[in-house]
Ligand binder design. Sequence first.
Ligand code: SF4
Length: 360
Amino acid sequence: MKIASIDADLIGRKRHRFPNLACMKISAHHKAAGDTVMLKTDYDGLDSFDAVYLSKVFTDTPVPAEVLKLDNVTYGGTGFYYDKAPCLPASIEHQMPDYHLYDAWVADKLQHGGKPHDYSYYTDYSIGFLTRGCFRRCDFCVNKNYDRVSVHSPLAEFHDPARPKICLLDDNFFGTPCWREFLQELQSTGKPFQFKQGLDERLLTEDKCAALFSSKYDGDYIFAFDNVTDAQLIESKIQLARKYTDAVMKFYCFCGFDRNERWDTDFWKQDIFDLLFRIEILMRNRCLPYVMRFARYTESPYRGMYITIARWCNQPSFFKKKSLREFAICNGLDSACYRYVADFERLFPEVDPYLDMKYK
Ligand code: SF4
């Protein structure tokens, strides 16, 4: 059979640079059955394939509606169904992904001037889930229907000895009682590894810090600081972690989501202040924020503040050198950035100290 695999995020998101695990597993399944599999990077000529598998991770990735109506197209993933996305059949889910699905596409990109580093998730990493799920049930999260962390795949299932690094996609790794043996197994590969989705910093203990921070870790340690009510706990755990490491600790800071479902002006104002408060704590402890905005931030009267704060924080070269006010000014006194900040300050002068805080 002639099979097409479509990673819709690759087509629909300009800067997307991460392979689709479902596409790689479906590809492996068909290649094992003797089929020919091709990574399709557009939506043309799909009727010439016996079967087309289309997957996307992000809900806002566009896909032409007519493609989804074709008889030979099967589609799935959180991008279509969010928290209700059906799982792959176990026989497909639990096998080595086809790490060569993207080879031709990557080769073409490199030939046309792409930098190898930008494609390293396609070329260098074994990718998978040791565990899946989370027990916290955050309203905004794709994992909100889970009530626990479950063991998912043994490392050997997705670890390709030929690949120099390991990327774990676990939702809340430290929520499993098996964390210690899993970390030992990862360490025994001798390869650098990373938890791409971030780790739950609130669950850190002396033991977990000792094991995690003595690992050959790949890149920055990434955690989440999503809720301002965790401020004290987060700060105390940063101080615990600092006993074990001086490495960069980065925190996803989720914002723009009203847990009380009011979505009124008071919420939007408070949400900006809560975000700045979290950033101040991280800054004070020499940690880096990475601002993640819930889609409805666009409804906020202070939408421009979200944009400006995210641009400032999410580029560490700016964040480490400039206050938010300096960042706005360096965009130009006639820039939208500057106007957003100045307007917010005019409305709420109490924001002043946050505008001038600096990373030291
Ligand atoms: S802690 Fe993280 S993974 Fe768990 S439900 Fe909340 S946002 Fe999702």
